[in-house]
Design a protein around this ligand. Structure first.
Ligand code: GAL
Length: 518
């Protein structure tokens, strides 16, 4: 009977039935052979990104409510503290809060299809980065070719691709914006500092203030880069002996994020001595604290001296936990498994990070990247390795900073960056980073406790062939019936007891959320 019924169906219906009955809907949505799992955002408003945001009293406040759904969307915020207001047309909350406290607001987004509401907590105190940073950094695609117009185009792309609607916020220049002493390239040469000793930008950045104003006008934030040494890693002027002047300059220019890279500081301090390792960061954060501008401080010293144990104490909001993930283009996958999985687990890095200070295993190396040979080429990570990177980063509460070409985002890469249920794990307000709970040869199970009492679970397969990976309730410290949701597909899988198993592709992942069934 069933066979006859099927025989009588037209071919196109048969194909869709087969895709469903094989449980393999995934294959219907692909971009050049890469399977897209993230469903497209629906027409109704959905409020995304962080649910909690820190600000210091007296600092300018800027937060654009991220929301997807058919445009135009209008915004309302109930319960804003005195000094802040929200522009209903674009969801930008601006102003200054003078009185410290925790303010619970209710954000509402409305469009022609309906409305959505969500609590948004503003915490005015001495802590920034209450959830990991989200944004873009120029290094891995532009390296030493970065310019003002590329930065502005990156801000434009953050908006036009919709990344801003999923919570991406920072648009960060890396190295190579200051003068390069001895360079015979006129766009890099020049006076390193003005008459007051404040750092100058090079000819590729003719108007830094104009550039950050442009970035801010979109509701985004701007980041910059320097080193405590005399020169940055690429040989440009850095902060040594001009720290006060340079921070004053960044404040004038309107930056919101500073990556402070060790580089030539080895000529000043001894990397074997803890006091020397900490000194530049203590110094710079205390200077930053004197200004009424909130600037996130990202320490970049490759994990020396177990920086995760003291990064927050010296004023860091995040600290690189290892060397450059993409230092060797061909070696990115190896670095991902070594530094992302093993350094993190062996040193129990989850114990040290939380609201205000995060482990930073480096950028999301997706999309088009520099191959360090003068070309921009697709990431060498396989599609499954790319799912693995984004999933792991979310589980360990790492900053989600994309460093591929944001002006050339294909559908697959965008889908990796904009899955709101994955981002929700990364941005969970409890701020407890995840950790590995089980390892069986190439199979690993990771978990992260979330604010609502549910847990995020990653089933990883580091092997070369598809394998079944099992999460045991005992390993996860849970019991009873659990409702299981597949986060990449945003799909409920039903209830399970005792354990959950799934096939996981080579170097791939299955990301889940388990909620206790009462
Ligand atoms: C490295 C750093 C990279 C990038 C580069 C710029 O030390 O780890 O992320 O900033 O310097 O020269």
């Amino acid at each position: 009977m069933k066979t006859n019924f099927i025989k009588s169906l037209p071919a196109f219906m048969l194909i869709s039935i087969m895709a469903f009955s094989c449980g393999n809907e995934d294959v219907r949505n692909e971009d050049n052979g890469r399977i897209i799992l993230t469903p497209k955002p629906g027409p109704k408003p959905r409020i995304n990104g962080t649910k909690i945001f820190g600000v210091r009293p007296g600092s300018p406040f800027l937060f654009k409510i991220p929301a997807t759904g058919t445009k135009p969307i209008t915004f309302e915020v109930a319960g804003l503290p005195q000094g802040l207001s929200c522009d209903p047309a674009n969801g930008m909350i601006t102003g200054v809060i003078e009185t410290p406290g925790e303010y619970k607001t209710l954000v509402k987004a409305t469009n022609s299809e309906g409305s959505a509401e969500r609590e948004f907590r503003i915490v005015c105190g001495n802590q920034l980065a209450l959830t990991p940073h989200m944004g873009w950094n120029s290094w891995y695609v532009w390296e030493n070719h970065i310019t003002d117009s590329i930065m502005r185009a990156a801000a434009d792309a953050m908006v036009s691709t919709g990344m801003i609607d999923h919570g991406y916020m920072y648009v960060n220049i890396d190295d190579c914006w200051s003068v390069k002493p001895g360079s015979d390239d006129p766009s890099l040469a020049g006076e390193p500092r003005d008459k007051d000793g404040k750092i100058n930008s090079n000819g590729r950045f003719p108007d830094m203030k104009g550039m950050t104003d442009y970035i801010h006008s979109k509701g985004l934030k701007a980041g910059t880069y320097t080193s405590p040494g005399e020169l940055t890693c690429a040989g440009h002027v850095a902060a040594y002996k001009f720290e006060e002047q340079d921070i004053a300059r960044y404040v004038e220019w309107g930056f919101d994020f500073l990556k402070y890279d060790w580089c030539s500081y080895s000529k000043v301090g001894n990397r074997e001595v803890m006091e020397d390792l900490q000194r530049p960061y203590i110094q710079i954060s205390s200077i930053m604290n004197k200004h009424k501008r909130d600037i996130i401080l990202n320490l970049c010293q490759y994990g020396m001296g177990d920086v995760w144990k003291w990064g927050k104490k010296v004023g860091g909001n995040s600290w690189r936990t290892a060397g450059d993930l993409g230092g060797s283009f061909e070696g990115i996958a190896t670095a991902l498994f070594r530094d992302g999985f093993d350094v993190y687990s062996n040193d129990s890095l989850h114990l040290y990070a939380g609201p205000g200070g995060w482990n930073d295993p480096d950028y999301l190396l997706l999309g088009y990247l520099s191959n360090w040979k003068g070309q921009t080429v697709p990431t060498p990570l396989t599609p499954d390795e790319q799912y693995t990177q984004v999933s792991l980063w979310s589980l360990v509460a790492a900053p989600l900073i994309f460093s591929g070409d944001i002006s050339r985002l294909d559908e697959f890469t965008l889908s990796l960056l904009t899955n709101d249920e994955i981002i929700e794990v990364d941005q969970d307000p409890l701020g407890k980073p995840g950790f590995r709970v089980a390892r069986n040869e190439d199979r690993e199970v990771w978990m992260r406790n979330l604010e609502d009492g549910s847990i995020a679970v990653g089933l990883f397969n580091r092997g070369e062939k598809t394998a079944e990976v099992t999460a045991e309730w005992n390993d996860l410290g849970i019991s009873g019936k659990q409702a299981v949701r597949d986060l990449w597909r945003q799909n409920d899988e039903g209830s399970f007891s005792g354990s959950y198993s799934s096939e996981v592709p080579a170097h791939g992942v299955k990301m889940l959320r388990f909620s206790s069934v009462k």
